[in-house]
Design a protein around this ligand. Structure first.
Ligand SMILES: [Zn+2]
Ligand SMILES: [Zn+2]
Length: 366
Protein backbone atom coordinates (compact mmCIF):
# COMPACT_ATOMS: atom_id res chain seq x y z
CA UNK A 1 0.00 0.00 0.00
CA UNK A 2 1.29 3.42 -0.92
CA UNK A 3 1.17 6.07 1.70
CA UNK A 4 1.18 9.68 0.75
CA UNK A 5 2.81 12.53 2.61
CA UNK A 6 0.52 13.97 5.24
CA UNK A 7 0.90 17.39 3.69
CA UNK A 8 -1.16 16.10 0.83
CA UNK A 9 -3.99 14.91 2.99
CA UNK A 10 -7.24 16.27 1.74
CA UNK A 11 -5.79 17.71 -1.44
CA UNK A 12 -7.89 17.17 -4.44
CA UNK A 13 -5.33 16.37 -7.02
CA UNK A 14 -6.75 12.87 -7.09
CA UNK A 15 -3.83 11.56 -5.14
CA UNK A 16 -5.50 9.13 -2.86
CA UNK A 17 -5.41 8.33 0.79
CA UNK A 18 -5.97 4.64 1.21
CA UNK A 19 -5.85 4.27 5.00
CA UNK A 20 -8.81 6.54 5.54
CA UNK A 21 -11.01 4.27 3.53
CA UNK A 22 -11.12 1.61 6.19
CA UNK A 23 -11.71 4.17 8.89
CA UNK A 24 -14.53 5.73 6.99
CA UNK A 25 -16.22 2.43 6.39
CA UNK A 26 -16.12 1.57 10.04
CA UNK A 27 -17.54 4.90 11.03
CA UNK A 28 -20.21 4.75 8.38
CA UNK A 29 -21.75 1.67 9.86
CA UNK A 30 -21.56 2.41 13.56
CA UNK A 31 -23.69 5.38 14.42
CA UNK A 32 -24.11 5.30 18.18
CA UNK A 33 -27.04 7.63 18.41
CA UNK A 34 -30.45 6.14 18.06
CA UNK A 35 -31.92 9.19 16.44
CA UNK A 36 -29.92 10.28 13.47
CA UNK A 37 -31.18 13.29 11.65
CA UNK A 38 -31.78 11.23 8.57
CA UNK A 39 -35.46 10.88 9.15
CA UNK A 40 -36.18 14.07 10.98
CA UNK A 41 -35.16 16.85 8.66
CA UNK A 42 -38.68 17.42 7.46
CA UNK A 43 -40.41 17.51 10.79
CA UNK A 44 -40.42 20.12 13.49
CA UNK A 45 -39.51 17.87 16.39
CA UNK A 46 -38.72 20.20 19.22
CA UNK A 47 -37.60 17.43 21.51
CA UNK A 48 -33.93 17.35 22.34
CA UNK A 49 -32.47 13.93 21.81
CA UNK A 50 -29.39 13.30 23.85
CA UNK A 51 -26.71 11.61 21.79
CA UNK A 52 -23.84 11.77 24.20
CA UNK A 53 -22.35 13.60 27.12
CA UNK A 54 -23.46 17.19 27.24
CA UNK A 55 -24.58 17.15 23.66
CA UNK A 56 -27.96 17.28 22.07
CA UNK A 57 -29.12 16.50 18.60
CA UNK A 58 -29.96 19.88 17.20
CA UNK A 59 -30.56 18.82 13.66
CA UNK A 60 -34.22 18.06 14.20
CA UNK A 61 -35.26 21.39 15.58
CA UNK A 62 -36.10 24.58 13.83
CA UNK A 63 -37.73 25.21 10.52
CA UNK A 64 -39.69 22.37 8.99
CA UNK A 65 -38.48 22.95 5.48
CA UNK A 66 -35.64 20.46 5.15
CA UNK A 67 -36.33 18.01 2.37
CA UNK A 68 -40.00 18.84 2.21
CA UNK A 69 -39.91 20.78 -1.01
CA UNK A 70 -41.46 23.83 0.59
CA UNK A 71 -39.86 27.22 0.31
CA UNK A 72 -37.53 28.55 2.98
CA UNK A 73 -38.14 32.02 4.43
CA UNK A 74 -34.35 32.42 4.86
CA UNK A 75 -32.36 33.27 7.96
CA UNK A 76 -28.74 34.06 8.88
CA UNK A 77 -26.14 31.47 9.79
CA UNK A 78 -26.09 27.67 9.72
CA UNK A 79 -29.37 25.83 10.22
CA UNK A 80 -28.79 22.10 10.67
CA UNK A 81 -32.49 21.30 10.38
CA UNK A 82 -32.31 22.05 6.68
CA UNK A 83 -30.14 19.08 5.66
CA UNK A 84 -32.07 16.83 3.31
CA UNK A 85 -33.36 13.51 4.58
CA UNK A 86 -30.57 10.94 4.63
CA UNK A 87 -27.76 13.49 4.18
CA UNK A 88 -26.45 13.28 7.74
CA UNK A 89 -24.56 10.27 9.07
CA UNK A 90 -25.42 11.14 12.66
CA UNK A 91 -27.29 13.74 14.63
CA UNK A 92 -25.83 17.24 14.66
CA UNK A 93 -24.44 18.14 18.06
CA UNK A 94 -22.91 21.22 19.69
CA UNK A 95 -19.49 21.49 21.29
CA UNK A 96 -16.81 24.07 22.13
CA UNK A 97 -14.36 24.81 19.32
CA UNK A 98 -11.34 27.04 18.72
CA UNK A 99 -11.37 29.49 15.83
CA UNK A 100 -8.26 30.45 13.88
CA UNK A 101 -8.16 33.79 15.73
CA UNK A 102 -7.85 31.92 19.03
CA UNK A 103 -11.39 32.63 20.12
CA UNK A 104 -13.29 29.76 21.73
CA UNK A 105 -16.91 29.52 20.62
CA UNK A 106 -19.60 26.89 20.23
CA UNK A 107 -19.77 24.87 17.05
CA UNK A 108 -22.06 22.44 15.35
CA UNK A 109 -20.54 19.03 14.68
CA UNK A 110 -22.03 17.93 11.38
CA UNK A 111 -21.33 14.54 9.82
CA UNK A 112 -22.50 14.08 6.26
CA UNK A 113 -22.88 10.79 4.43
CA UNK A 114 -20.51 11.84 1.62
CA UNK A 115 -22.77 11.11 -1.33
CA UNK A 116 -25.65 13.10 -2.77
CA UNK A 117 -29.09 12.16 -1.51
CA UNK A 118 -30.92 13.96 -4.31
CA UNK A 119 -29.15 12.87 -7.51
CA UNK A 120 -27.15 10.07 -9.12
CA UNK A 121 -23.39 10.37 -9.64
CA UNK A 122 -21.51 10.13 -12.95
CA UNK A 123 -21.00 9.50 -15.78
CA UNK A 124 -17.44 10.81 -16.13
CA UNK A 125 -15.18 9.46 -18.90
CA UNK A 126 -16.12 8.49 -22.45
CA UNK A 127 -15.48 4.86 -23.46
CA UNK A 128 -15.03 5.49 -27.15
CA UNK A 129 -14.57 8.55 -29.33
CA UNK A 130 -18.13 8.04 -30.54
CA UNK A 131 -19.58 8.88 -27.13
CA UNK A 132 -21.66 12.04 -27.06
CA UNK A 133 -22.27 14.70 -24.40
CA UNK A 134 -25.02 12.66 -22.72
CA UNK A 135 -22.60 9.76 -22.08
CA UNK A 136 -19.89 11.73 -20.31
CA UNK A 137 -19.04 14.34 -17.71
CA UNK A 138 -17.38 17.75 -17.79
CA UNK A 139 -13.93 19.33 -17.63
CA UNK A 140 -13.37 22.95 -16.52
CA UNK A 141 -10.99 25.09 -18.53
CA UNK A 142 -10.66 28.88 -18.42
CA UNK A 143 -14.09 29.46 -16.95
CA UNK A 144 -15.98 27.05 -19.20
CA UNK A 145 -17.20 23.50 -18.62
CA UNK A 146 -16.58 21.25 -21.62
CA UNK A 147 -18.28 17.92 -22.28
CA UNK A 148 -15.56 15.26 -22.22
CA UNK A 149 -17.08 13.55 -25.24
CA UNK A 150 -15.44 11.93 -28.23
CA UNK A 151 -15.03 15.23 -30.02
CA UNK A 152 -13.28 16.77 -27.01
CA UNK A 153 -10.97 13.79 -26.56
CA UNK A 154 -9.93 13.67 -30.20
CA UNK A 155 -9.23 17.42 -30.14
CA UNK A 156 -7.09 17.47 -26.97
CA UNK A 157 -3.71 17.89 -28.66
CA UNK A 158 -5.06 20.95 -30.44
CA UNK A 159 -7.03 22.20 -27.44
CA UNK A 160 -3.94 22.23 -25.23
CA UNK A 161 -1.52 22.82 -28.10
CA UNK A 162 0.59 19.83 -27.11
CA UNK A 163 1.02 16.77 -29.36
CA UNK A 164 1.69 14.52 -26.35
CA UNK A 165 -2.04 14.31 -25.74
CA UNK A 166 -3.36 10.97 -27.04
CA UNK A 167 -6.14 9.82 -24.76
CA UNK A 168 -7.49 7.17 -27.13
CA UNK A 169 -6.39 4.37 -29.39
CA UNK A 170 -6.48 5.75 -32.95
CA UNK A 171 -6.98 2.26 -34.39
CA UNK A 172 -9.97 1.25 -32.30
CA UNK A 173 -11.34 4.57 -31.05
CA UNK A 174 -11.27 3.26 -27.49
CA UNK A 175 -10.53 5.84 -24.79
CA UNK A 176 -7.96 5.03 -22.09
CA UNK A 177 -10.08 4.99 -18.92
CA UNK A 178 -9.21 3.90 -15.41
CA UNK A 179 -12.29 1.75 -15.31
CA UNK A 180 -11.21 -0.69 -12.63
CA UNK A 181 -10.71 0.00 -8.94
CA UNK A 182 -7.05 -0.96 -9.29
CA UNK A 183 -6.33 1.42 -12.17
CA UNK A 184 -8.39 4.25 -10.69
CA UNK A 185 -6.43 4.08 -7.45
CA UNK A 186 -3.04 3.65 -9.16
CA UNK A 187 -3.54 6.52 -11.60
CA UNK A 188 -4.52 8.85 -8.79
CA UNK A 189 -1.41 8.29 -6.67
CA UNK A 190 1.12 11.15 -6.47
CA UNK A 191 3.76 8.88 -7.98
CA UNK A 192 1.45 7.46 -10.62
CA UNK A 193 3.26 5.10 -12.97
CA UNK A 194 4.12 6.47 -16.40
CA UNK A 195 1.73 4.00 -17.94
CA UNK A 196 -1.14 6.11 -16.64
CA UNK A 197 -0.20 9.17 -18.63
CA UNK A 198 -2.88 9.93 -21.21
CA UNK A 199 -5.72 8.43 -19.25
CA UNK A 200 -9.16 9.67 -18.48
CA UNK A 201 -9.22 9.13 -14.72
CA UNK A 202 -12.42 8.23 -12.96
CA UNK A 203 -13.20 6.52 -9.70
CA UNK A 204 -16.68 5.35 -8.82
CA UNK A 205 -17.90 5.20 -5.25
CA UNK A 206 -17.70 1.41 -5.60
CA UNK A 207 -14.00 1.69 -6.54
CA UNK A 208 -13.23 3.47 -3.27
CA UNK A 209 -15.35 1.19 -1.12
CA UNK A 210 -18.39 3.40 -0.88
CA UNK A 211 -19.00 6.94 0.34
CA UNK A 212 -16.90 8.50 3.10
CA UNK A 213 -18.46 10.11 6.12
CA UNK A 214 -17.08 13.66 6.40
CA UNK A 215 -17.25 15.71 9.60
CA UNK A 216 -17.40 19.46 10.01
CA UNK A 217 -17.09 21.80 12.96
CA UNK A 218 -18.89 25.01 12.05
CA UNK A 219 -19.33 28.00 14.37
CA UNK A 220 -22.97 28.35 15.41
CA UNK A 221 -22.68 32.13 15.35
CA UNK A 222 -20.38 33.28 12.53
CA UNK A 223 -17.49 35.51 13.64
CA UNK A 224 -16.50 38.10 10.99
CA UNK A 225 -12.75 38.22 10.36
CA UNK A 226 -10.78 41.33 11.23
CA UNK A 227 -8.75 42.53 8.28
CA UNK A 228 -8.16 40.40 5.23
CA UNK A 229 -10.47 37.53 4.31
CA UNK A 230 -9.29 33.97 4.97
CA UNK A 231 -7.83 32.08 2.05
CA UNK A 232 -9.52 28.86 1.02
CA UNK A 233 -6.22 27.06 0.43
CA UNK A 234 -6.69 23.36 1.06
CA UNK A 235 -9.74 23.84 3.27
CA UNK A 236 -12.96 22.44 1.89
CA UNK A 237 -15.07 25.61 1.76
CA UNK A 238 -18.29 24.04 2.93
CA UNK A 239 -20.96 21.39 2.98
CA UNK A 240 -24.12 20.98 0.92
CA UNK A 241 -27.57 20.17 2.23
CA UNK A 242 -27.66 16.99 0.15
CA UNK A 243 -24.77 15.34 2.02
CA UNK A 244 -21.78 16.28 -0.15
CA UNK A 245 -18.46 17.92 0.64
CA UNK A 246 -17.98 21.23 -1.18
CA UNK A 247 -14.33 21.01 -2.16
CA UNK A 248 -11.64 23.59 -2.83
CA UNK A 249 -10.74 24.05 -6.51
CA UNK A 250 -9.52 20.96 -8.33
CA UNK A 251 -5.80 21.13 -8.99
CA UNK A 252 -6.21 20.94 -12.73
CA UNK A 253 -2.59 21.92 -13.41
CA UNK A 254 -1.32 18.79 -11.67
CA UNK A 255 -3.87 16.61 -13.44
CA UNK A 256 -3.06 18.09 -16.84
CA UNK A 257 0.68 17.88 -16.09
CA UNK A 258 0.28 14.11 -15.90
CA UNK A 259 -1.62 14.17 -19.21
CA UNK A 260 -4.78 13.13 -17.46
CA UNK A 261 -8.32 14.41 -17.56
CA UNK A 262 -10.38 13.76 -14.44
CA UNK A 263 -13.91 14.73 -15.43
CA UNK A 264 -16.64 15.98 -13.16
CA UNK A 265 -20.15 14.67 -13.67
CA UNK A 266 -22.89 17.01 -14.82
CA UNK A 267 -23.49 17.96 -11.19
CA UNK A 268 -19.90 19.24 -10.87
CA UNK A 269 -18.69 16.41 -8.66
CA UNK A 270 -16.54 13.33 -8.80
CA UNK A 271 -14.99 10.74 -6.50
CA UNK A 272 -11.63 10.23 -4.92
CA UNK A 273 -10.51 7.99 -2.15
CA UNK A 274 -10.77 9.19 1.43
CA UNK A 275 -13.23 11.97 0.72
CA UNK A 276 -15.63 10.19 -1.60
CA UNK A 277 -17.92 12.19 -3.83
CA UNK A 278 -17.35 15.94 -3.70
CA UNK A 279 -18.25 19.06 -5.66
CA UNK A 280 -15.88 21.43 -7.45
CA UNK A 281 -18.55 23.26 -9.42
CA UNK A 282 -22.02 24.60 -8.75
CA UNK A 283 -24.20 23.44 -11.63
CA UNK A 284 -27.61 23.43 -9.94
CA UNK A 285 -27.87 19.88 -8.57
CA UNK A 286 -27.18 21.08 -5.03
CA UNK A 287 -29.62 23.98 -5.13
CA UNK A 288 -31.63 22.24 -2.44
CA UNK A 289 -33.92 24.83 -0.96
CA UNK A 290 -35.97 27.43 -2.81
CA UNK A 291 -36.30 30.76 -1.05
CA UNK A 292 -39.80 32.12 -0.56
CA UNK A 293 -38.78 35.62 -1.64
CA UNK A 294 -37.21 34.50 -4.93
CA UNK A 295 -33.65 34.86 -3.71
CA UNK A 296 -31.22 32.23 -5.05
CA UNK A 297 -31.80 28.76 -3.52
CA UNK A 298 -29.82 27.59 -0.52
CA UNK A 299 -27.01 25.12 -1.33
CA UNK A 300 -25.41 24.62 2.06
CA UNK A 301 -23.10 26.20 4.60
CA UNK A 302 -19.53 27.46 4.53
CA UNK A 303 -17.01 26.43 7.18
CA UNK A 304 -17.26 29.89 8.73
CA UNK A 305 -20.97 29.37 9.35
CA UNK A 306 -22.32 31.67 6.63
CA UNK A 307 -24.83 30.12 4.21
CA UNK A 308 -23.98 29.46 0.56
CA UNK A 309 -26.68 30.14 -2.01
CA UNK A 310 -26.77 29.47 -5.74
CA UNK A 311 -25.45 32.18 -8.01
CA UNK A 312 -28.84 33.45 -9.15
CA UNK A 313 -32.45 33.45 -8.02
CA UNK A 314 -35.71 33.98 -9.88
CA UNK A 315 -34.37 37.03 -11.71
CA UNK A 316 -31.47 34.95 -13.10
CA UNK A 317 -29.12 37.85 -12.38
CA UNK A 318 -25.93 37.50 -10.38
CA UNK A 319 -25.91 39.98 -7.46
CA UNK A 320 -23.81 42.98 -8.41
CA UNK A 321 -22.56 43.79 -4.91
CA UNK A 322 -20.63 40.61 -4.10
CA UNK A 323 -17.30 41.03 -2.32
CA UNK A 324 -14.09 39.12 -3.12
CA UNK A 325 -15.38 36.10 -1.20
CA UNK A 326 -18.61 36.21 -3.25
CA UNK A 327 -20.61 37.40 -0.25
CA UNK A 328 -23.06 40.19 0.48
CA UNK A 329 -25.67 41.06 3.08
CA UNK A 330 -29.44 41.36 3.03
CA UNK A 331 -32.03 41.93 5.74
CA UNK A 332 -33.37 38.36 5.72
CA UNK A 333 -30.19 36.29 5.49
CA UNK A 334 -27.56 38.60 6.91
CA UNK A 335 -24.15 37.96 5.38
CA UNK A 336 -24.13 35.05 2.92
CA UNK A 337 -22.34 33.75 -0.16
CA UNK A 338 -23.41 33.14 -3.75
CA UNK A 339 -21.72 30.26 -5.58
CA UNK A 340 -19.54 30.98 -8.60
CA UNK A 341 -20.76 30.14 -12.09
CA UNK A 342 -20.15 26.73 -13.70
CA UNK A 343 -16.62 26.49 -15.09
CA UNK A 344 -15.00 28.66 -12.43
CA UNK A 345 -13.82 25.59 -10.47
CA UNK A 346 -14.98 27.08 -7.18
CA UNK A 347 -17.95 27.92 -4.99
CA UNK A 348 -16.75 30.86 -2.87
CA UNK A 349 -13.62 32.98 -3.18
CA UNK A 350 -12.48 33.20 0.45
CA UNK A 351 -13.74 33.10 4.03
CA UNK A 352 -15.24 36.31 5.42
CA UNK A 353 -15.62 34.68 8.82
CA UNK A 354 -13.30 32.78 11.12
CA UNK A 355 -13.18 29.04 10.62
CA UNK A 356 -12.30 26.39 13.16
CA UNK A 357 -8.61 25.92 13.78
CA UNK A 358 -7.39 22.73 12.10
CA UNK A 359 -10.46 22.82 9.93
CA UNK A 360 -13.26 20.43 9.29
CA UNK A 361 -14.44 18.75 6.16
CA UNK A 362 -12.33 15.68 6.79
CA UNK A 363 -13.04 12.05 7.43
CA UNK A 364 -13.60 11.61 11.18
CA UNK A 365 -10.43 11.02 13.17
CA UNK A 366 -11.49 8.14 15.37
ZN1 LIG B 1 -11.84 16.40 -6.89
ZN1 LIG C 1 -27.94 37.11 -1.69
Amino acid sequence: MHLMPSTHAGRCSHRLLLPTLILSLVVFGCGDDDDSAMDTGATADTGSDAVGEDTADVSDTGADTGGSGECDPGAPGTRPALFLDGSLASGVTEEPCMLTNGEEVMCYRIEIVGEPTNHETGPYCPRTIDDGPEDVGLWPESGTLYDVDGAFVTNLATFYDDPTWQLYNPDTGEVNVTDTAESCLAAAMPDAPEEYANFCVECTLEDVGGPSVIEYLIPIVPVPRDGAPGEIGNTPPGVSLNGVRIEFPADTDIILGAYNIAPLDDCGGHVNNGIGYHYHESTGCADALEQCDGHAPLIGFAQDGYPIYAMTGEDRVEPSDLDACRGHTDDVRGYHYHAASPGENMFIGCFSGEIVDAGGGRPPRR
